[in-house]
Design a protein around this ligand. Structure first.
Ligand code: 8YV
Length: 327
């Protein structure tokens, strides 16, 4: 029966994932590696029983309003669902699922990579090597800062935040966190993490702030100009979550004015329209949203999407269903 489910996939996915989707369902694949236009997306919403979108598809109330009566499930390829109006989908009786868990370790790895790249000045070293202008070792060249002993403040202590904490613990950092809810004492203890109820107080005392919370109405610009100004001028900001959590223009201004020591960013407030001020600062490392971009991770994301659709096709709730109350 699941064979008759019509599934529309909005982006090219790894070949084994596409093959499996075609095997199990009546699947329409994307033919070129670009996002769908709004018109194409609206058409897909009309014709599909199940839509498999990604972060590049904006499924706002207007778009969900255009869904055909057939559309029953939006099985997102990705963990973050801030591009989907889950409440409106629910009103229309459309379920939403995501792919949590499988992006955790890769995103935490990238958080550490960005942190090390910034604090150890890797871009400056690379630039010299690429230009062929290295004049040899010098005792005072390219001196960075040691991670060990520094205070890391994790903003958002979910799966990814905890994976960052475990890594940072191994680097000898002191772990602090702010979260809506405090962790259970035994979890806090195993991570050696100190809870801050006040984000203002935490940011003022940290050497590093790592953003690991989702983007929701209550986390938009959580790091606004006022909070960024509370930070030590020697502090570093890392963001592998969503750009909207930081006021990007305020961050750029402060980095330029050396009111902050550095930043490592994988995500941006306006997607590909990155604040150009960020691009030419030596103390800033920018990546094009690569946090979960591993071969293994993408296959696991595909498996999650398949399981969500298959379970739904068999008449049950998808294991990774997202409900508005979780947001
Ligand atoms: C994905 C991400 O690559 O999972 C997420 O929330 O940001 C990335 O890991 C992207 O969202 C795919 O839709």
């Amino acid at each position: 029966s699941s064979k008759r489910l019509s599934v529309v996939v909005t982006r090219r996915l790894p070949e084994p994932v596409e093959a499996r989707l075609c095997e199990l369902f009546e699947t329409t694949l994307r033919t070129d590696d670009t996002p769908m236009t709004r018109t194409e997306l609206a058409q897909a919403m009309q014709s599909a029983d199940v839509l498999v979108p990604t972060i590049t598809d904006v499924l706002d109330a207007g778009m969900i309003g255009q869904a055909g009566d057939r559309l029953r499930l939006i099985a997102n390829f990705g963990a973050g669902i801030d591009h989907i109006d889950v409440a409106t989908a629910r009103q229309r009786g459309i379920l939403v699922s995501n792919t949590p868990g499988v992006v955790t370790e890769d995103t935490a790895d990238m958080t550490m990579a960005l942190l090390l790249a910034v604090t150890r000045r890797m871009p400056e070293g690379m630039a010299v090597m690429q230009a062929g202008t290295w004049s040899g070792w010098a005792p005072t060249a390219f001196l960075g800062g040691r991670l060990g002993g520094r205070r890391l403040g994790i903003l958002g202590m979910g799966r990814i935040g905890m994976a960052v904490a475990r890594r940072a613990q191994a680097f000898g950092m002191q772990i602090h966190y702010h979260n809506r809810r405090r962790l259970r004492p035994e979890v806090e203890e195993s991570l050696g993490a100190t809870y801050w109820e006040s984000l203002d107080q935490m940011v003022a005392r940290m050497d590093v702030i790592s953003v690991n919370c989702p983007h929701t109405p209550s986390t938009f610009h959580l790091l606004n100009a006022r909070r960024l100004k509370l930070m030590k001028p020697t502090a570093v900001v890392v963001n592998t979550s969503r750009g909207e959590v930081i006021d990007e223009n305020a961050l750029a201004r402060m980095l330029k004015a050396k009111e902050l020591a550095g930043a490592g960013l994988d995500v941006y407030e306006k997607g590909v329209d990155v604040n150009p001020e960020l691009r030419n600062l030596p103390n800033v490392v920018l990546l094009p949203h690569m946090g979960s971009a591993t071969v293994e991770g993408r296959l696991e994301m595909g498996e999650k999407v398949l399981l969500n659709i298959k379970t739904f096709a068999d008449g049950h709730r998808p294991p990774d269903q997202v409900v508005p109350s979780m947001l």
